[in-house]
Design a protein around this ligand. Structure first.
Ligand SMILES: NC(=O)c1ccc[n+]([C@@H]2O[C@H](COP(=O)([O-])OP(=O)(O)OC[C@H]3O[C@@H](n4cnc5c(N)ncnc54)[C@H](O)[C@@H]3O)[C@@H](O)[C@H]2O)c1
Length: 326
């Protein structure tokens, strides 16, 4: 269980676990990306074995994507696999990381470099956990929701905007249909392509740019969903530079609520492009991007001409330089 979730919700969690199990033990994981480490992985596995876990005993993973990825990986390798249940507590983990079975940890050489595809037995989504989530973390999750609108369901743009305009709070039940849609979109894609040999890669819309931005900042100062939002703006510009005609304002209107700015530390765009060339999804010298033919019509493209990539980045910098909240 994530330490902040424990701080805010230990009573609610105790009540839930007491209704599900005769007895249980829990371990608290320090918040933050640095917990996706080999030392925390082994700490969890030792804890499970010391408490005599058997192959039939489920682990309940309670927290955001960090704890989900870490403990999901532990579940997949302890005793060669014990069942696990995800109880996501951030918006990002509800709509994205808890669904689809990707688990993993970081190494000094990079993010998510070891892991497994291991599906949870169940995912329990309870919006009331979001009441304590910092606003910036919630906005980061919205970035991923907007991604589903862009790659799969344009109606989601208007549905999300409607609730944002009404200032509906994160734990309000009116978000449920939107979260359900996102989970359904992801589940449908994963069901068709669990191991990401085809359409699952569409979920990476904006991510080639996002991963380079995160790496350039050494994974600090920017949240994943924030980097994805900037990456989607860049990918939309790149789509247009490659022949599409998408209205960038479809995305930009959300920045009134998300307030995501281009990180002022990133000025060397050639370096950013170099980082994209190292992306593990590339197969040759070209950089692989998920672009859009139209909204909700993603395509995979390998791009060799980095001039247009740079142009797309410059346009993104201009779009997001001085955005400010309302
Ligand atoms: N497996 C996948 O498919 C997948 C997909 C996307 C992202 N990810 C991974 O997910 C991670 C990011 O996940 P995240 O955005 O959920 O971040 P996170 O797990 O780091 O949580 C963000 C912050 O919110 C706190 N928190 C969590 N729930 C809370 C609550 N209810 N109230 C108050 N505070 C709370 C945490 O302690 C942390 O400080 C990254 O490591 C990323 O690589 C995985």
């Amino acid at each position: 269980m994530d330490e902040n979730v424990h701080k805010h919700h230990s009573k609610r969690i105790d009540q839930l676990l007491a209704t599900l199990f005769k007895s249980y033990e829990f371990i608290i994981i320090a918040e933050g990306e640095q917990s996706k480490s080999t030392s925390q992985l082994l700490r969890i596995i030792d804890f499970l074995l010391e408490n005599g876990i058997k192959r039939v005993n489920p682990i309940v993973v309670i927290g955001g994507g960090v704890v989900g990825d870490l403990a999901g990986f532990a579940a997949s390798i302890a005793l060669r696999g014990v069942p696990f249940i995800q109880l996501p507590t951030t918006l990002l983990s509800m709509v994205d990381s808890s669904v689809g079975g990707k688990t993993g940890i970081n190494l000094t050489t990079g993010k998510n470099l070891i892991g497994s595809f291991y599906q949870p037995e169940a995912v329990i989504i309870d919006l009331s956990y979001l009441a304590s989530l910092p606003k910036r973390e919630w906005a980061s999750g919205l970035g991923e929701i907007i991604k589903y609108a862009a790659i799969s369901d344009q109606n989601l743009f208007d549905e999300v905007l409607d609730l944002l305009e009404k200032s509906v709070s994160p734990d309000d039940l009116r978000w449920i249909p939107i979260i359900n849609k996102c989970v359904q979109i992801k589940a449908d894609i994963v069901q068709e392509d669990e191991l990401e040999s085809g359409i699952r890669s569409f979920l990476n819309f904006g991510h080639t740019f996002a991963h380079a931005i995160e790496r350039a900042l050494n994974y600090s100062g920017i949240l994943h969903g924030e980097a994805v939002f900037l990456g989607m703006i860049a990918a939309t510009h790149l789509s247009n530079l490659s022949g599409s005609s998408l209205d960038i304002n479809r995305l930009m209107t959300f920045n009134k609520y998300l307030n995501i700015k281009w990180p002022h530390e990133i000025v060397d765009l050639d370096h950013l492009i170099q980082l994209m060339k190292f992306d593990k999804k590339n197969t040759d010298d070209a950089i692989t991007f998920i672009l859009l033919d139209q909204w909700a019509k993603p395509i995979k493209k390998n791009i060799l001409n980095t001039d247009i990539v740079k142009q797309a980045l410059l346009m993104t910098m201009t779009d997001t330089k001085d955005e400010c909240l309302q």
